[in-house]
Design a protein around this ligand. Structure first.
Ligand SMILES: [Zn+2]
Ligand SMILES: [Zn+2]
Length: 230
């Protein structure tokens, strides 16, 4: 019997016929109750086609603004879950309090999402500053990917103000200056490649647009963005 990583309750594993006899069942990390607290982006009918934000327009106002500022980045942002109360509690416990075992919680979902595209894509996690890395002991995005067994390339450095930005309001965040520099020689692996920038949370989009802008000189074939939460 396995235990829910979040509430320690029992996880029941309904198995299909083929799982019972032929395949290894995928390990469930959340009990049914906790699983019900997640809001999957895929379940939302009303959302922006470019960034997944809940919106009754095909393209939300945020994306229209980004389009004006970065006309040559027609990229699509994908997310798995909305940043609801459960997601906030999760990020608090995992990222702020540093409970690194919780990196396993989304391992199956991340594996399921990225495995089909890995063959022709390179994952680049958003880096945190050296100060944040030293304080927390891990980069929360890299650990999510590692726990899902997904390879990635550390092509960026973060020389910005780091998580002081968490205390900034929306307007201040949007005004932030470029915090990313390229990491050599890793970045040479991105030339001509299809790159997916991976972050934990998409708030204003500022971080991912900065990261994409920084990567431009590495000449990737194309850039897409992804965050676990939207
Ligand atoms: Zn639970
Ligand atoms: Zn949008």
């Amino acid at each position: 019997m396995s235990r829910c990583l979040w509430c320690q309750g029992t996880v029941d594993m309904p198995m299909t016929f083929s799982q019972l006899f032929f395949e290894k069942p995928s390990e469930k990390r959340l009990c049914r109750l906790c699983n019900g607290l997640l809001a999957a982006v895929a379940d939302s009918a009303l959302k922006c086609a470019r960034c997944c934000k809940i919106s009754d327009k095909a393209q939300c106002e945020d994306c229209q603004n980004w389009q004006e500022r970065y006309p040559d980045y027609p990229f699509m942002h994908k997310s798995l879950f909305y940043y609801n109360a459960f997601a906030r509690d999760y990020m608090e416990k995992y990222k702020i309090m540093g409970d690194c075992e919780l990196s396993l919680l989304f391992a199956d979902e991340l594996k399921g999402y990225f495995r089909p595209v890995l063959e022709h894509s390179v994952l680049v996690p958003i880096p945190i500053t050296e100060q944040s890395q030293a304080a927390r002991g891990f980069n929360q995005v890299e650990l999510l990917l590692e726990s899902a067994g997904l390879p990635y390339v550390k092509a960026l450095n973060n020389v910005g103000e780091g998580e002081k930005q968490a205390r900034k309001n929306r307007r201040e965040r949007l005004r932030m200056t470029q915090p990313f520099t390229l990491e050599y020689p890793a970045v040479s692996r991105l030339e001509g490649a299809s790159v997916i920038l991976v972050d934990d949370l998409y708030t204003t989009g500022r971080t991912l647009f900065h990261a994409a802008d920084a990567l431009k000189s590495a000449l990737p074939g194309r850039i897409q963005t992804f965050s676990l939460f939207r």
